[in-house]
Structures are given as C-alpha cells and as structure tokens.
Design a protein around this ligand. Structure first.
Ligand code: ISL
Ligand code: CA
Length: 593
C-alpha cells in the first residue's frame, strides 16, 4: 500500500494533488498537516515548508520618532513581509531589558521592553500577523537572564535566599574564580559578587548571569513563561544558545585548546537531552509550534541527537559551520567555495529524513550576507545577492532571511570604535586595544568585516532622511549611508531588484515540493567556483547552477545531466541549454529537468 500510494502521489504534480491537507505552502501560512509523508520519507510539516524572516526589533521600524524600532513599527510593515511571501516571523527579544546586550538580557519575561511599546502593542502585532496568515516565533533566552531580573536581585542577597539556586554560584579558590572558564564577551566567565563573596557564572556579559537548570524550580519557571506566550497564540521559539543550559557539574578547568573554542565544551552538557525532553513533554508537545535551537558549539554529528523527530526535543537547529566559514572567533579568514559546498553536503549526509535542517548565512550576530558571501561592490552586489538567494531557497532546509538581506543591504563603513554599539566589541576593545595587545587599526579593520553591528544598522525603507526608519532626528545606530541607493521603496519599483528576485524565489520554493523535500546531490564538489546540484523528488528533478565568482565561466554539465528548461535565473541569460553552460559573473540558474 505504501509503495502504491507513493507511486500514485508521485504521479501527480503536487500543485494539483488533491491531498486531504492543503498542498505545499503557498504564500499562505502553511497550516499544520497531519502526518503526511513525502515519497522520500519526510513527514510534511508547516515549518519545513515555510520561509522565516528574522526581525531585529530595535532596527526594523520606529513608529514614535525616538530613533528606536518598536512593535507598532513592525505592525506597519507586515504587508511588506506578506508581499515578499514570508510565512513565519522570528522576532528577536522584545522583552523588558536594560539592553546590556540589546534585549538578550531579559529583566522580565512577561513584559514588553518599554522602548518597544506595550503588551497591547504586542497583542496587536500578533493579531495582525495572524490576520495575514503568517506565524510569529519568539526568541527564548533562558540560558541566562539579566542581572536586573528579580530572580537575580534576590539570588545575590544571601547564600540562603530562596532564589540563590536559580543561578550558578561558586566560592573562589586562592582569591580567584573556581575555574578558568572564559566569557564570550572577554574576560573570565565568573564575576565576584561582594554581598556574599562568591562568584556567579556568566558565559556572556557580567549583566547576563547564567540560570541554573539543575534547579527544577527554575525549569518550572521557564516552562510557565513559555506557556504564557504560547497561550497568547505565539507559534514557537528560537532558543538562544539552548545547548548551553546543562553545565558539567565538575566545573573543571578547560584545556588551552578547549579555551580556543569554549562553546564546544559548554554545549551538549550531561542533562541537556533530559531538559529538552522535559520541556517538550511539559510544554511544546501541547501546541502546534516550531522550535529552532541556536546550536552554537554543536557539531554536525551531535545535531541529530537534538532534532531527530523521534527524540521529541527540537524541530531544527542553527548549525554554525556555514555562517562562520568566513571568520574564526571573530577574526576574518579566507574561505573557498569547495569548503562551503562540503558543509552543505555533510549536512545533507548527516541529517536523514527524520532530522530537518535550517538554511541561513546571516542573522543579527553576523555581518551582512552579500558582504560576507557575495560581492558588495557596485558591479556585483545585485547579481551576487540574487545568487545567494537562489542558493538559500533551493538547498534542503527551512530558509531564514535576515531583515534587509532581501534588499541586498551591505556592511556598514565603520571608521572607529565609537561607531560600534555591540557589547562584544566594546569589551574586546577594552581587553585587547586599551592594554596595547592589538593596534586600533588592526582591531577596527577586522571587526568592520566580522562585527555584529553590520547587521544591526536600521532597515533601509526609502531615500528619505534616516532611510524612512524614523521620523525623528536621530537613530540608535547610524543608518548605512548607501540607503539612498539601497532601499525597499526603490526596489519595490524596480522589477529587477533583489527584493523582486527574493519574491520570485520564495514563490518558486513554495510551489515546488522538490525544492523543499527533494534529495540533494552536489554534482561537482571540486569545482573552485561553480556550485551545481540537483534536487529530486519522485519524478520531479531540478538543477541549480551557481557561478560564485566575478569571472565568467563555461561550465560543462556532468555527462548524464541535461540542463532542461530554465525556470529562473538572476541574469537575462543567453540560454543555449545543452551541455556547456556559459555563465556570467555571479550568474545563477535553476532548471527543471
Ligand atoms: O559567536 C558569538 C560569541 O562569540 C556570538 O555571535 C553570539 O554570542 C553567539 O552566537 C550566541 O548568540 C546568542 O547569545 C548571545 C547574544 O549576544 C546573541 O545575540 C545571541 O544570538 C547571548 O544571549
Ligand atoms: Ca520607537
């Protein structure tokens, strides 16, 4: 029966397949589907078929002229996202926060940050998202809270305070911290607190004390706050550094080599799976939601243990291999196309049809997509941004678009340390440049390429002052001066814009099951500049050919491969078809075979 049914299903193009559930997602939010399985064994889910758009609220749209983005501003831009074809919005933290780390330091998990608006504004935003048949996923930051959270205010008061064990306190030894663990924001991961003479753990800023997940009361508090938002109708969570929540209780020193990348020791702690399965059982399993864990420090081999659907932990994770290919611990590095291709092939090989992938090369923690992986020169910014979009929407996994990538927004022309906001940058400046360990020039040159502020400059809506981000006379972070040429209004009016190409690619993916669930195969892993691969599902077969270079390329397809007919391309190509393709610089093509 299974095979017979599969053959039947395969015989009918999905677009007209009258399945009991809605067909593969169109621009309409894919609704939850019962357990329907594709020909190659994937269980269909709305979050596999969706395209997700990440909003960094501080920089998306200001509505009250204070130069800071807010929830009302987001609501005014939902039609823009709907038109783009977005199904799901991931909202970076909107909760009450002193903004030591721009909201990733939460002071009250049930309150909206004053600068972003009120709970009424949130409810209005959620309602407006739903009215447009889109979904809203929040950012769950529960590895740590703000040091201004009431829990920590209590916890630090005394060693026997009822909240003491909501955080991780250790006595020092010989006047020093209990071990040599380091923070990702420079310095020790331990801070001495005068009131009790003990140290508390903070993997990130001193104002971000790590929560103690060993404490069942704390876990229960987290599950309650998750239910608070899910009961409002929120559609899931992106989970901030969730692999870090279980700590090795031996708290033993890291070796020198482990200290080079502590995230690989901090992640996948001894009780992580227990906690995630408990979270799933007590909360997530009761809702039709999507979860994506930020898998900083998780290897590809470890990934299935988090996302295999049979384990009831997370739906997906962000694996860092591709997005951090161009840097190592924040220092820019040379990378090659074969390296990038090898990562995608490895992901495909190690994630079987029970483990779903995410496809992304940017977010609020990384420099701009087209500047990192494309070519942001005036000649090639548009074609390379479109080529990257072609790849994002035709690889296997849920694509995540970071705000502004759909416009081909670029890195910012930083000049000096005062141009930066990011605590990670300011702490590193104080730790390295001030004491003379690194020259200003070297530091600024590098962080300009790899810094997180590149992605946090205000959205460029039009060519009015401040790019239409605010009606006020200032912005919390400078607007990229190229906003006059690169902005949503200009691109909406230009049929050949990056925006319109994203729109076409998103629509193509939404109606093409082979581009969502199809088997992936890299046709030419060794090519230095061409990324050519197929996606096959049943009888449907697509060929994607990407020329990742500023040079034209004649590309001979492997013998058994025929180009077929061109479905979409980022340049008006002189398509001759056949076996040898003549590709212009940064040319991308998708063929139906
Ligand atoms: O790689 C990093 C550390 O060197 C950072 O990009 C980042 O801290 C890491 O990827 C974890 O990111 C998440 O947690 C941080 C927050 O600053 C990031 O914005 C968030 O995405 C602490 O909450
Ligand atoms: Ca505002």
């Amino acid at each position: 029966m299974k095979l017979h049914r599969a053959l039947l299903l395969a015989a009918i193009p999905l677009a007209c397949l009258q399945l009991p559930q809605p067909a593969i997602a169109t621009a309409e939010t894919p609704t939850s589907q019962s357990d329907q399985t594709t020909e190659n064994g994937y269980h269909r889910r709305w979050w596999k078929e969706a395209v997700v758009y990440q909003i960094y609220p501080r920089s998306f749209q200001d509505s009250n002229g204070d130069g800071i983005g807010d929830l009302k501003g987001i609501t005014t831009r939902l039609d823009y996202l709907k038109k783009l074809g977005i199904n799901v919005i991931w909202l970076s933290p909107h909760y009450d926060s002193p903004n030591a780390d721009n909201g990733y330091d939460i002071r009250n998990y049930r309150k909206v940050m004053a600068e972003f608006g009120t709970m009424d504004d949130f409810d209005a935003l959620l309602k407006a998202v739903k009215q447009r048949h889109m979904k809203l996923v929040l950012d769950l930051v529960v590895n740590h809270s703000s040091d201004e959270h009431q829990w920590f205010v209590e916890s630090r008061k005394s060693k026997d305070n009822p909240y003491r064990d909501y955080y991780i306190w250790r006595p020092g030894k010989d006047g020093k911290a209990t071990n040599n663990w380091t923070s990702f924001f420079s310095g020790s991961a331990w801070k001495l607190d005068a009131a009790t003479g003990e140290y508390y753990l903070h993997y990130f800023a001193e104002k971000q004390p790590d929560l103690n997940w060993e404490n069942p009361k704390l876990r229960s508090e987290v599950y309650d706050l998750m239910k608070f938002w899910l009961d409002k109708g929120v559609d899931g969570f992106r989970m901030d550094v969730i692999p870090f929540i279980s700590k090795d209780q031996s708290f033993s020193d890291l070796t020198t080599s482990q200290l080079a990348h502590p995230e690989f020791k901090f992640a996948m702690g001894p009780r992580l799976h227990e906690y995630l399965q408990e979270m799933n059982a007590k909360v997530l399993s009761k809702y039709d939601v999507m979860t994506v864990g930020e898998a900083f420090g998780v290897t590809l081999d470890q990934t299935p243990s988090l996302v295999d659907e049979r384990r009831n932990e997370l739906n997906m994770v962000f694996n860092f291999s591709a997005v951090r290919l161009d840097q190592d611990n924040g220092v820019a590095r040379h990378w090659t196309i074969p390296e990038l291709k090898a990562i995608y092939s490895e992901q495909d090989q190690k994630l079987n049809n029970h483990s779903w992938n995410t496809i992304f090369l940017s977010n609020h923690d990384n420099p701009r997509l087209v500047s990192s992986f494309g070519d942001d020169s005036s000649t090639f910014r548009v074609p390379s941004a479109k080529l990257l979009a072609t790849m994002l929407f035709t690889l296997k996994g849920t694509p995540f678009v970071y705000q502004g990538d759909e416009l081909g927004m670029t890195n910012y022309p930083f000049k000096g340390i005062d141009d930066f906001d990011d605590i990670q940058v300011r702490n590193e400046w104080n730790a390295k440049v001030i004491p003379g360990k690194l020259s200003k020039e070297t530091f600024i040159a590098n962080i300009s390429k790899t810094g997180r502020d590149n992605a946090r400059t205000p959205m460029q809506w039009d060519n009015s002052p401040h790019a239409g981000f605010t009606s006020g006379d200032k912005t919390w972070l400078a607007v990229n001066p190229n906003y006059a040429e690169i902005n949503a209004a200009q691109e909406a009016a230009d049929p050949n814009s990056v925006y319109h190409y994203y729109q076409q690619m998103i629509a193509l993916r939404a109606k093409t099951p082979a581009l969502i669930y199809g088997d992936f195969k890299d046709l030419d892993p060794n090519s230095a500049t061409i990324f050519a691969y197929t996606r096959k599902l049943g009888k449907a077969s697509y060929l994607v050919v990407l020329n990742f270079s500023a040079m034209p390329a004649d590309y001979s397809l492997p013998s058994r491969i025929r180009a077929g007919h061109l479905v979409i391309g980022n340049l008006a190509s002189h398509e001759k078809g056949g076996k040898t393709l003549q590709l212009a610089p940064w040319e991308a093509r998708v063929y139906k075979q």
